[in-house]
Design a protein around this ligand. Structure first.
Ligand SMILES: [Zn+2]
Length: 78
């Protein structure tokens, strides 16, 4: 009889802990979500470059992206 009581209380404890454990294990997974790297178009040669690698410049209140320093120079000379 005592064994049944122990097993029953264990089952109750597991049922209570399971949602908590699931929430804890999901948290690091959810925190890993990152924004995908955006692609921007070079205004001079129309090449698509990853935004973090592109040269960005603020011109006339607008952010302009260039694939290379050469393209940025060409845009400035225009
Ligand atoms: Zn370019």
């Amino acid at each position: 009889m005592r064994v049944v009581l122990i097993l029953f209380s264990l089952a109750v404890a597991l049922a209570l802990l399971a949602p908590l454990l699931r929430r804890l294990s999901q948290r690091p997974f959810g925190a890993r979500v990152e924004l995908p790297d955006e692609l921007v178009k070079c205004l001079v040669c129309n090449t698509y470059v990853v935004k973090t690698r592109a040269l960005s410049r603020l011109e006339d209140g607008e952010v302009r992206h260039f694939c290379s320093a050469e393209c940025a120079r060409r845009a400035a000379n225009r």
